[in-house]
Design a protein around this ligand. Structure first.
Ligand code: NA7
Length: 534
């Protein structure tokens, strides 16, 4: 075994990891980041599938820490495609000389807390051990793909892809017969992108989705100048809203003071924005009040219905079994309209489940659908998937995998009792990923983690860990807020229901990113009550 001694090890070099590395290095710590991919980018490296695009506007999907970076970087679209976001993250890594502190192609296989030494021993697949005082997980919430397997898969003569493990070299599907399983945010992007170029596209759909029309546009010099002039305002605003976006839902109770026509005007305005404002910018009651939810759901159903020519098909593409906004709302650009094309087909695999593969394709209810390629857009083991596969063992050999198998718990998504000096960015039970623009909450959490580590260092102490009581308090608060919503009644990755055997708990905190940020600030200002610093 070869050992490398560090102050801090960061795991992951995506949106969070790059900023965490930068911050700890700027603070004067010896720090390395390890990344399993051959390049930086995280989500934006792996999800190279056709049509992958960010659905937060680019002017708030960026780092705020460097004025030079804000001055330099030109965005080309309001919602840029994956290659551009990847290039942005590579640019950041280059510009701030982060590559020199990143070990690429390096996968962590275990992480053990060594009480005597006061260090984490983090072992890589290649057998190197990083002995680090602080371990910061920046592994992402949506980074362990959920891969399906079906009977007879080995006999299938075509190609099988998963969107989150898409080949880096271009895959030419033009003129082929392509099947897609999954129509979440990812499947929708794949289907609308491939429909015009493949010979036949078959969507094997289990649950229909309410998707909102994305209003994308090219960002020219004029828009870029307007964005830049607005950055000082935006960079503050995003930290003071419910979802880390530059918009907020109406005040609680306001909806009840409006007539149905006035509420419709609000919905029309949010819809016209062509963004997730239609998800987190309408009325807060949508997520808690079944009557208000149904009103908004019906509005969205109408918007979708007019896009689909065949009424029978519309019935199949518009959800009936759950309300709008209770699963992640995807943005679309021609998804429903793609089904008006004669080469695009819908197979209802809820009514008739998939039997398995044949040599030539997929078999559903005894009927064979010939395919040259099958794309799985089947999502992720979200929130806990990656960390709980990393072999993390804390005090007295306590296993994070075993803990989270029964009870997914953290303190504010930032630390876990029993795991001293383990910090999480984007950990479960914080707003990030599900209910917060990732860039907003990732930067807020990185700043908090950095200050917390520096507090330990500067106070001459060695460890920081939340108390069991503090953790219990947070988990209870998290659950109380979650249980007030209609989301808990719905199966989705939000509730862990997409993974068999996973505990049902809302994975992200839904009390508001601004509320969460204020609480984190308060904890820091008060000297970290509820955390043992020894
Ligand atoms: P999602 O939103 O989890 O969607 C996964 C899709 O795959 C969804 O349509 C699922 O149907 C389908 N799926 C999953 N398992 C199966 C099985 N066993 N059989 C058939 N169909 C299945 O993942 P995405 O990648 O689209 O998006 C994840 C997040 O990334 C997204 O919310 C954004 O935040 C970015 P189901 O609905 O479960 O019936």
């Amino acid at each position: 075994m070869s050992y490398k001694y560090l102050d801090a090890l960061v795991v992951g070099a995506g949106v969070s990891g790059l900023y965490q590395l930068y911050k700890l290095r700027e603070a004067g710590l010896t720090v390395t980041a390890v990344e399993s991919a051959p390049d930086v980018g995280g989500t934006w490296y792996w999800n190279a599938y056709p049509g992958c695009r960010v659905d937060s506007p680019a002017n708030i999907y960026q780092y705020w820490f460097s004025q030079e970076l804000l001055d330099d970087w030109e965005w080309s679209e309001r919602f840029p495609a994956q290659p551009e976001i990847k290039r942005y993250l590579q640019h950041v890594a280059n510009r701030f000389d982060l590559y020199s502190s990143i070990e690429l192609d390096t996968r962590v296989v275990s992480a053990h807390w060594k009480e005597q030494e006061g260090r984490w021993h983090v072992t890589t697949e290649a057998g190197l051990v990083y002995a680090a005082k602080y371990l910061v997980s920046c592994v992402g919430l949506l980074s362990t793909p959920k891969v399906l397997s079906f009977p007879n898969q080995e006999v299938f003569q075509g190609q099988v892809y998963h969107t989150a493990k898409w080949p880096q070299e271009p895959v030419d599907l033009k003129g082929l017969r392509v099947g897609v399983i999954g129509n979440g945010a990812t499947g929708i992007q794949v289907i609308q992108t491939l429909a015009p170029e493949v010979a036949e596209l078959t969507s094997f759909q289990r649950t229909p989705q309410y998707a909102v029309r994305m209003k994308n546009y090219a960002v020219d010099e004029k828009i870029m100048a307007e964005w830049r002039a607005d950055y000082p305002r935006l960079s503050q605003l995003v930290h003071n809203t419910f979802g880390g976006f530059p918009w907020d839902p109406a005040e609680e109770g306001h909806a009840a003071t409006l007539t149905i026509e006035q509420r419709r005007e609000v919905l029309e305005e949010c819809w016209a924005d062509g963004s997730l404002r239609m998800f987190v910018g309408t009325f807060p009651e949508v997520l808690v009040d079944p009557v208000m939810n149904e009103e908004v759901t019906e509005f969205v159903r109408e918007k979708i219905r007019v896009q689909i020519n065949d009424p029978d098909l519309a019935q199949k593409l518009i959800p009936r079994d759950h309300g709008y906004g209770l699963r992640r709302v995807p943005l679309e650009n021609g998804y429903y309209e793609a089904f008006n094309q004669s080469n695009v087909h819908l197979v209802d695999i809820k009514a008739t489940p998939i039997d398995g593969f044949s040599e030539r394709g997929l078999v559903v209810g005894g009927e064979e659908y010939p395919l040259d390629a099958l794309i799985m857009a089947t999502g992720f083991d979200a929130g806990t998937g990656t960390l709980s596969r990393m072999g993390v063992e804390g005090r007295d050999g306590k296993s994070l995998t075993a803990l989270w198998r029964d009870d997914i718990r953290t303190t504010l998504g930032l630390q876990v009792h029993g795991f001293p000096n383990l910090f999480l960015v984007g950990g479960p039970l914080s707003p990030i990923a599900a209910f917060c623009n990732v860039q907003t909450c990732a930067q807020q959490q990185v700043d908090w983690v950095t200050d917390a580590i520096l507090n330990v260092v500067n106070s001459g102490k060695s460890t920081m860990e939340p108390t069991a009581e503090r953790e219990e308090e947070w988990v209870q608060h998290h659950d109380e807020v979650a249980n007030e919503t209609l989301m808990m009644t719905i199966d989705s990755w939000y509730t862990g229901a997409n993974i068999e055997g996973k505990q049902r708990r809302l994975l992200s905190y839904i009390g508001g990113a601004h509320v969460y940020r204020e609480l984190c600030d308060e904890i820091q200002a008060q000297g970290y009550p509820g955390f043992s610093i020894e």
